[in-house]
Design a protein around this ligand. Structure first.
Ligand SMILES: Nc1nc2c(ncn2[C@@H]2O[C@H](COP(=O)(O)O[C@H]3[C@@H](O)[C@H](n4cnc5c(=O)[nH]c(N)nc54)O[C@@H]3COP(=O)(O)O)[C@@H](O)[C@H]2O)c(=O)[nH]1
Length: 797
């Protein structure tokens, strides 16, 4: 071969070698570049994964990496929710979202795909990657609008694997057909592998976090439960304080747990180890019972030894033990050993004692209550029924006007008063007598073993005298007194209830007789009560049977002697008893509530009558009608409507109606009374204070209420000419009335002398038998027919 040929071949070889080398260099360079790229992806993913326990950051960075490092124009990352069998859209980036956006959190609402639904759903379900080069021609997996938009022509979906299953899907798309090829599969595989790793780690950490939280919660719960049970245990140990004992009957050796000895204040060696030593420490009252129960158990009568006894602590106090034990017998049935426990039940016993105490005592005063009183009363009745010479008495008392003190000074002072009354009563009685409080201001005293009734009467006098003395209540001087009813059983055959009822009846009588006194129950009182009950029954029927009527007493203008009006007075025509005076039936009506219908009837009838008379006798001029209001009726609440209704029905002008109220009403609920009186006044109804001077309110109350008239009580008028004092009182009332711009009616006028004196004092109106007794409606019509006038009589000598 020629040199040239050889040279040419060599050159050709060199060229080939050079090309091969160049190609090899290019290949290794692109491999190198690929390695560099892979390395940078791994580095970037590694950085985002390291300590990144924030799901939002993790998923958004992954889609960011896909967009940056691959051909994909759009990328979404879906996470698989195995519980709900669906995919949740976690993050996306692409043509609509240039920056990666976080779209859903675990547990939050977001966009979902069912497993198997759409391309991503298919990949998640089958765990295989999916490449669609042209979505317009391959519609197998395209179900979502977003997947068939114009911006998406090709699609690549890759599964992200966790430890076992697909945990997510990268869904990548491109606006060009066939944009994805297997070329960048390595890079994408790398990304999905890294993402799988990162997400697995994240879920693991999440699970650990959840687990820790649950654990913490459980630990907290357990700690709490433990603490509670510890507390319970401590309480149980404290409250129960149990100790065992073991008694060998053959040797009489008694083992007693050291803590039982400690409970009694003794050291381990300080109590001898035999039964007699222990038994001797039991309270003497309980010892026989313990011995009895022990013997019964040893004899086989009881299954178990059960007993409670007191033992004396070293310091002298009492410890209660609840004892339980069981005997062991030998083969012949002979008791050889008793093993048991003692539980310190002192706290429970004390509690029981306290409960028993409060069940039988009044909390405020510490006195026995009704239940304990009746218990003692039963005991006394038992003694009286056995022994002829055994006598006892019950005193039943309440404080006069306690309600007023309580309401005006307040309940604190009421309580103070009740406590002081208690101490005084206790100081009056003898040891062995029982003072009890039944509630409110009601007290009962059981005088046991007395010689005769005079002892009880003497005691009642002493009590009345003591309770009349001033009470000092935190700087306030308060006076009260009491009424007392005495029951002195004759036979001992009465029941406690009967005796209390008798004492109550006697008390009622004492009050009726004027208070601050005592009365002894006797049979006539009982009959009186029965008669009252009968009256009460009849009164219930009286209205229906038309037995209630209205009488009218003229009221005269003392200046002119002319008729000014009438006072309406209730009358009851009883079919058997005849006329029952209002003094008798009005209180019963008040107590039974019958006063309301009765008062309504009287008000309506009186208004109708006066309107009728005005029409029939127009020459007489305007007349007023005074109607008594009872306190009950006033406080009932619908008085205003009642009055408005009656005025409307009768046509009587409001200013001609005078409502008479008593001083005691003004002592009731002040605000309410003021309000109702104010309303009546604003209706133009006139208000009159009846029986002025007999009550307790007196002058200080007058200016507080919108009253028009005061009615001077008959007791002052009656004796004006006899006692200078009474005349002075009437004069003072008139002066006061002038000062308060009120008119005066003097009631109970029976003589011309009284008329003259009242005229001299410038009293405006008068009422009394001197002018006329109360008359029936028909009689009043006769009177009106005679054009009544009394002026001429004023001038007589
Ligand atoms: N809540 C209601 N109370 C009423 C009503 N009707 C009467 N009463 C009250 O009963 C009390 C006794 O009333 P009565 O027996 O009718 O006695 C009145 C007059 O007859 C009597 N009076 C009048 N003048 C004289 C007199 O010169 N001498 C004398 N011995 N008695 C006289 O006074 C009674 C009127 O009293 P007052 O009401 O205080 O003006 C009595 O308290 C009635 O208020 C009723 O419907 N509702």
């Amino acid at each position: 071969m020629s040199y040239d040929a050889q040279l040419r071949r060599r050159i050709e070889e060199l060229i080939r070698e050079r090309d091969a080398y160049a190609e090899a260099l290019m290949t290794s360079n692109s491999a190198f570049m690929e390695k560099v790229k892979e390395f940078s992806i791994i580095k970037r993913m590694g950085e985002s994964m390291r300590w990144n326990l924030d799901q939002q950051k993790l998923v958004t960075e992954f889609v960011g990496i896909v967009i940056d490092e691959t051909l994909a124009e759009n990328c979404s990352l879906w996470l698989v929710d195995r519980v709900e069998q669906r995919l949740v859209l976690a993050a996306a980036q692409g043509q609509d979202d240039p920056q990666p956006v976080f779209l859903a959190n675990r547990g939050m609402d977001g966009t979902y795909l069912r497993l198997g639904q759409g391309a991503a759903g298919w990949v998640a379900k089958h765990g295989q990657s999916l490449l669609i080069e042209d979505v317009s021609t391959d519609r197998r997996f395209i179900q979502l609008e977003s997947e068939i938009s114009n911006q998406i022509k090709s699609l690549l979906c890759l599964p992200i694997f966790g430890e076992k299953h697909v945990i997510g899907v990268f869904n990548m798309s491109h606006p060009n057909i066939g944009a994805f090829s297997q070329e960048n599969a390595r890079v994408l595989q790398l990304i999905t592998d890294q993402a799988g790793l990162a997400l697995t780690n994240y879920f693991l950490v999440e699970t650990i976090r959840d687990f820790n939280k649950k654990l913490e919660h459980t630990v907290l719960e357990r700690t709490r439960t433990l603490r509670q049970s510890e507390e319970r245990y401590t309480l149980a140990a404290e409250a129960g304080r149990v100790g065992v004992w073991d008694w060998n009957l053959e040797s009489d050796e008694l083992y007693i747990a050291p803590n039982l000895k400690a409970i009694l204040g003794y050291g381990e060696d300080e109590i001898e180890n035999h039964m007699a030593a222990w038994t001797n420490m039991i309270h003497p009252d309980d010892r026989p019972r313990f011995r009895y129960e022990l013997q019964r158990h040893l004899d086989g009568v009881t299954h178990r030894l059960e007993c409670e006894y007191r033992m004396v602590h070293r310091d002298g106090t009492t410890i209660w033990f609840s004892v339980r034990g069981r005997v062991n017998r030998d083969s012949c049935g002979k008791p050889v050993r008793v093993v048991g426990s003692n539980t310190d039940t002192t706290k429970r016993k004390r509690m029981e004692e306290r409960l028993t105490y409060s069940a039988y005592h009044d909390e405020l005063t510490g006195l026995p209550n009704r239940a304990l009183f009746i218990d003692r009363l039963k005991h006394s009745l038992g003694c009286a029924s056995r022994r002829k010479d055994y006598r006892f008495a019950i005193l039943f008392l309440d404080l006069d006007h306690f309600k007023i003190i309580n309401d005006s000074l307040g309940h604190h002072f009421g309580d103070l008063l009740l406590r002081q009354v208690t101490r005084r009563l206790e100081a009056c009685v003898r040891p062995g007598d029982t003072v009890a409080r039944f509630g409110g201001d009601e007290f009962a005293i059981l005088l046991d073993q007395i010689a005769n009734l005079a002892v009880a009467e003497e005691m009642a006098s002493v009590i009345l005298e003591r309770l009349q003395q001033v009470f000092e209540l935190e700087g306030h001087e308060v006076f009260t007194c009491s009424s007392i009813g005495i029951a002195f059983p004759a036979s001992g055959k009465e029941t406690p209830e009967e005796l209390l009822r008798d004492a109550d009846i006697a008390l009622y009588r004492a009050k009726k007789m004027g208070r601050a006194r005592f009365e002894v129950f006797d049979k006539s009182l009982h009959l009186e009560v029965l008669s009252r009950l009968e009256l009460e029954h009849d009164l219930r029927l009286a209205l229906k049977q038309d037995e209630i009527d209205v009488h009218y007493q003229p009221i005269v203008d003392l200046r002119s002697g002319k008729l000014s009006g009438f006072e309406a007075l209730a009358r009851w025509h009883h079919p058997l008893r005849g006329l029952v005076p209002p003094d008798e039936f009005i209180p019963i009506a008040e107590e039974t509530g019958l006063i309301t219908p009765i008062s309504k009837f009287i008000l309506a009838r009186a208004c109708d009558d006066i309107v009728k008379w005005q029409k029939d006798f127009p020459e007489i001029g305007p007349l007023t009608i005074s109607v008594n209001l009872s306190t009950k009726q006033f406080l009932e609440g619908n008085l205003i409507e009642q009055v408005r209704h009656v005025l409307g029905e009768s046509g009587l002008p409001a200013e001609r109606l005078k409502l008479e109220i008593t001083e005691s009403l003004l002592m009731e609920e002040l605000d309410m009374v003021k309000l109702v009186l104010g309303q009546l006044r604003s209706m133009n109804v006139k208000l009159m204070l009846d029986d002025f001077g007999t009550g307790y309110s007196s002058l200080s109350y007058l200016h507080r209420f919108p009253l028009n008239t005061v009615k001077i009580d008959a007791s002052f008028v009656r004796n004006m000419h006899l006692a200078e004092e009474n005349l002075a009182i009437v004069r003072a009332i008139k002066m006061l009335a002038i000062a308060l711009n009120m008119e005066v009616v003097a009631e109970g006028i029976e003589t011309l002398e009284q008329v003259r004196q009242l005229r001299a004092l410038k009293c405006e109106y008068g009422q009394g038998y001197y002018f006329s007794k109360p008359k029936s409606g028909r009689e009043i019509e006769v009177l009106l027919n005679q054009s009544p006038g009394w002026n001429s009589t004023f001038e007589r000598n």
